[in-house]
Design a protein around this ligand. Structure first.
Ligand code: 5AD
Ligand code: SF4
Length: 464
């Protein structure tokens, strides 16, 4: 799965990803099927889990009917992400009826949040494992096969899995988590409670892994963290800008991306580092959440609209052809029509290439859960659709202006709709579709495409 520049996104468009790595056969006769929900950190975590399990003898399969263990790596960030898991568990009962010894486990944020409440859910779930306890998976599975239920949900201040080799999905792009957890405590967000305190992977471990990924043949790397730009290795005295600088020098032919960044930590040095290196992609995901200072303060976002716009100005000045995307929450408690209009104004001013747009969803344990969720559902829906409409319009206009431009496209494979057409991604993270009916190009190639057509979500081009 890739991180698309989102054009139209709302609460019903969470991605699901099945880990497809079939060349690791089991040595203990048991196969594991892993489904991942939610963010890219979860995608990389599933690869870490697969790495741990493969080392203790399990095979990894993408065929659910061949599996002895089904693991769902879950998201808790909005209520509908959890509802989706509930529905999926109902479907999974079918497989349990066919194979009574089947083990079903819940991993990730929902496991951390709901803990013991998940055991026995739908007469299915027998193991529950939080994001910092994946090393215990082999032990927990062994017990589960003996009929024992297991819960491991302790959060850690130090776990970064820096010695674990993730079993990555084959392809041209690799994910690499360099920070875990979050210390920002935005008042709406459950992440600090489900993923714990922020910690960074040691600098030397990151560089070693990047080097190995390049040698393995990956052409693109995305550095991940809930707050990736607050990365810090105190001992090595390296912050995110320095890390990025050294990675760009270490693997000059590799495309480097990162997500998600926080506006508070978007330093001049980081923007300058991006501008300096050709192999650091000209794309930044910079969640703004709201265009109203009053709401930003209630959200505990640590920046003002003015600060945010100043960062955007600096980014556009130093990286002129940068693509930008954001996250927006509509209908936060007390949000007025005026606050909402400020969000629309900010979107018109920044002109994002893409946005993930959500209705506010109250999450227990968070600070805003104590505030009254007072924006009526109908108002929330209407405001969200206004936000989506504006974003669609802006993205269509931006993409129309791309016609005639030439982009270097990293080829990912056939397009979803037509096998003669292939797709890749521009440096600015836009999907570019092009004709490859003569099969000249293969995954991982870099091709130059002139854009001939566009929609709000996609560019179409011809190879030049
Ligand atoms: N309600 C709605 N959206 C949320 N997000 C995080 N928590 C909530 C919530 N309680 C959104 C934010 C964040 C993205 C990952 O999810 O926009 O940046
Ligand atoms: Fe959640 Fe805020 Fe941390 Fe992002 S920065 S993970 S929104 S608490």
């Amino acid at each position: 799965m890739q991180l698309d520049i989102p054009i139209l996104s709302n609460d019903t468009t969470e991605d699901i990803n099945v880990l497809t790595k079939n060349n690791y056969r089991s040595t203990n006769g048991k196969n594991v099927y892993i489904e991942t929900y939610g963010c890219q950190m979860n995608v990389n975590d599933s690869e870490i889990v697969a790495g741990i399990l493969q080392k203790s003898g399990y095979g990894i399969t993408d065929k659910i009917e061949n599996s002895d263990v089904i693991l769902l790596n879950t998201c808790s960030v909005r209520d509908n992400a959890e509802q989706k898991i509930d529905k999926r568990l109902q479907h999974l009962r079918y497989y349990k009826k066919k194979k009574s010894k089947l083990i079903v486990g819940i991993l990730g944020c929902m496991a951390e949040r709901l803990r013991g409440k998940l055991i026995g859910k739908q007469d299915l779930v027998s193991i529950v494992v939080g994001p910092d306890e994946y090393r215990k998976m082999p032990e927990l599975l062994e017990q589960a096969f003996k009929g024992e239920e297991g819960i491991a949900v302790k959060l850690s201040r130090v776990e970064t899995y820096d010695d674990i080799i993730p079993l990555r999905t084959e392809g041209v792009s690799a994910w690499l988590s360099i920070t875990r957890g979050c210390d920002k405590f935005c008042t709406y967000c459950v992440v600090p409670y489900t993923r714990g305190r922020e910690r960074s992977k040691p600098f030397s471990a990151v560089l070693k892994e990047v080097n190995e990924l390049w040698k393995e043949g990956f052409k693109e790397l995305t550095l991940l963290g809930q707050n990736v730009n607050s990365y810090i290795d105190m001992e090595a005295k390296k912050d995110f800008a320095k890390l990025l600088d050294e990675i760009a020098i270490l693997v000059p032919q590799m495309r480097i991306r990162y997500t998600t960044s926080h506006p508070y930590d978007m330093t001049d040095e980081l923007i300058e580092t991006m501008a300096k290196h050709k192999n650091i992609c000209n794309y930044i995901h910079l969640p703004v959440q709201s265009g109203s200072n009053r709401i930003l303060e209630l959200m505990n976002r640590h920046y003002s609209v003015e600060h945010y716009l100043e960062r955007i100005r600096k980014i556009k000045e130093l990286i002129p052809n940068v693509a930008l995307s954001t996250d927006i929450i509509s209908g936060f408690p007390t949000e007025s029509e005026e606050d909402h209009k400020m969000t629309l104004d900010l979107m018109k001013e920044v002109r994002y290439d893409g946005a993930y747009m959500f209705n506010y969803s109250p999450r227990s344990k968070t600070k805003s859960y104590m505030m009254t969720d007072d924006v009526p559902v109908e108002t929330k829906k209407r405001r969200l659709s206004e936000i989506i409409d504006i974003q669609n319009q802006i993205a269509s206009e931006i993409n129309k202006n791309e016609i005639g431009n030439i982009h270097e496209v990293l080829v990912e494979g056939t397009s979803k709709k037509n096998i003669n057409e292939w797709q890749g991604r521009s440096d600015t993270n836009k999907v570019v579709i092009f004709d490859n009916s003569d099969g000249k190009y293969v995954m991982g190639d870099l091709v130059k495409c002139r854009i001939t057509k566009s929609s709000s979500a996609t560019l179409f081009g011809e190879v030049v």
